[in-house]
Design a protein around this ligand. Structure first.
Ligand SMILES: *Cc1c(COP(=O)(O)O)cnc(C)c1O
Ligand SMILES: [Zn+2]
Length: 500
């Protein structure tokens, strides 16, 4: 819709001009730093940062109704820069001019309600939010759209002349970073570090296809992360891990979309997310807090963070009920099908601790919870979900397993409605489904297939046939007729079809 076709009262607010006063804010010493230079940690105390809007009071001067109208009307605009996460420009990156925004189709992923069968087995109403329907097939695109829009803004405004974007990854961060870097081309190159054999073949193919320099490193993600930190401390590179606070900012869009898609009514809603490096859960809590503080939503949804028992540092931390006694200890991870979350020392842990405090304070009760699930449950719930029409990845399965457990323990009630994050597309993690179906999981995963969930292809090759078609060697005449008849007969017998 063209701008002059919108009602007059909304026109001047639809296309945002750069505003706001973004600063890096240190979670350690509380100091603030300008965004004209790239910072990943506090220059004073090395703690992690978040980006704050020092002029955010202005966001409260607009009524909730007016904000909702802006976001709702923006859906009808045909301006690419406002089609993705920057529909919420004032909250995502108000200083970024629209012509610096990179849009590759990220955000606004669908909420798909589970069917009755699946809802009945979990014990409450719930939706999957399919973040695997982002361009590189995971939620990481949300954060990359933000981080790369900022880098493009710095290049466009002459504050940077070239960028080497670098990241460590459990697979999806590198796929997303390489994709956005490839799109921007000029002056932006990318290099990614992956733990050798700890990303799926699909994930490995992504940065290779996008033309990034790909390095495979022995060890696990935590080892890669240390190397990347060393590189970003000593060389002029742009770190694209979620340590980069711009990533968090973009991923807040996940919360804004849930708010908008549920008509801004979040009473008795539960948002379930998996935790790896803990950037995502940070962003989700922060997004809801920002909308709450601006008055756009009047209730904070319950948050349930889920981890596998094989990579559970955050759950361990919150297992201690007395906040004064909690102590963070990194864990040594074991193999996990939720491989993108196989992280023992989450970079965003200080952010989580801070945000959970802020979240609970605003909700006036404990409103962020942590649930640990077994590898077996992750696989079983992923497969069950997909047998009921979803496209959940193993992390989606992890979230659903967490929700089922939270429902059973009474953490979540039957009258609540949950939004379950499938953070990537099922296809990226098809190898784990293969292992389940072929009962070939290595011992350390501790997964035993349930026969009712196993599915394998049936090779139809009737024994009575002398000749079979082959690529480049088709059959013809009687031989072909015989082949079609016998194959059809065999399938009809297996499916127990009745003749008509
Ligand atoms: C990165 C990732 C996670 C973990 O998110 P964090 O922000 O690191 O906690 C979960 N699932 C998928 C598919 C991911 O790519
Ligand atoms: Zn500091």
């Amino acid at each position: 819709m063209k701008i002059e076709q919108f009602p007059e009262f909304i026109r001047s607010d639809l296309i945002p001009a750069p505003t706001g006063d973004l600063v890096y804010s240190c979670l350690g010493c509380g100091n603030r730093f300008g965004i004209e230079s790239l910072h990943y940690v506090c220059p004073k105390c090395q703690a992690v940062l978040l980006i704050e809007d020092a002029a955010s009071v202005r966001l409260k001067n607009r009524s909730a109704e007016s904000w909702r109208q802006i976001f709702d009307y923006r859906k009808m605009l045909s301006i690419p820069a406002l089609k993705g996460i920057y529909r919420y420009h004032e909250f995502i990156g108000p200083v970024i001019p629209l012509d610096s925004i990179v849009y590759l189709g990220e955000g606004h992923t669908p909420l798909v309600e589970a069917n009755h069968t699946l809802q009945a087995s979990v014990g409450l109403r719930f939706y999957f939010k399919n973040d695997g329907q982002n361009p590189s097939a995971s939620f990481k695109d949300r954060g990359m759209a933000s981080a790369f829009s900022y880098l493009k803004y710095m290049l466009d405004s002459g504050q940077l002349s070239e960028v080497l974007a670098i990241c460590a990854s459990t697979g999806d961060t590198s796929a997303a970073a390489a994709l956005y870097a490839a799109y921007l081309q000029n002056n932006i190159k990318s290099a990614v570090l992956l733990p050798h054999k700890k990303v799926t073949p699909q994930q490995l193919s992504q940065p290779l296809g996008s033309g990034a320099r790909v390095f495979e490193i022995p060890g696990v993600f935590d080892d890669c992360m240390k190397v990347v930190e060393k590189l970003s401390d000593h060389y002029r590179v742009a770190l694209l891990n979620s340590k980069n606070a711009w990533r968090i900012l973009g991923q807040e869009s996940y919360a804004y979309e849930i708010a908008q898609d549920l008509e801004y009514d979040l009473k008795q809603r539960v948002v379930v997310v998996p935790i790896g490096n803990a950037g995502n859960i940070t962003a989700v809590m922060r997004g809801f807090i920002k909308f709450f503080d601006a008055g756009i939503i009047d209730t904070l949804p319950k948050i349930v963070g889920v981890q596998s028992a094989h990579a559970n540092p955050v759950c361990r931390y919150y297992r201690e009920p007395d906040p004064a006694k909690r102590q963070f200890t990194p864990v040594t991870v074991k193999s996990s099908v939720a491989q993108a979350a196989m992280i023992g020392n989450p970079v965003s842990m200080p952010r989580v601790i801070k945000l959970v405090e802020q979240y609970n304070r605003r909700a006036d009760r404990t409103h962020a919870f942590f649930v640990e699930v077994a590898e077996q449950e992750i696989m079983d719930w992923e497969l069950r979900a997909n047998r009921n029409g979803h496209i959940a990845c193993t992390h989606g399965g992890e979230c659903l397993a967490g929700l089922a457990q939270a429902r059973q323990s009474g953490l979540v009630a039957e009258y609540e409605t949950a939004i379950v994050d499938s953070t990537a597309h099922a296809l990226k993690f098809g190898g784990f489904q293969d292992m389940y179906f072929q009962d070939s999981f290595p011992e350390e995963f501790q997964v035993t297939p349930r026969p009712e969930l196993v599915n394998t292809p049936i090779l139809v090759k009737p024994s009575g046939l002398e000749r079979m078609p082959e690529p480049g060697k088709p059959l013809s005449g009687d031989a072909f007729q015989k082949f079609v008849d016998q194959v059809a007969q065999e399938i009809a017998a297996i499916l127990d079809l009745t003749e008509r």
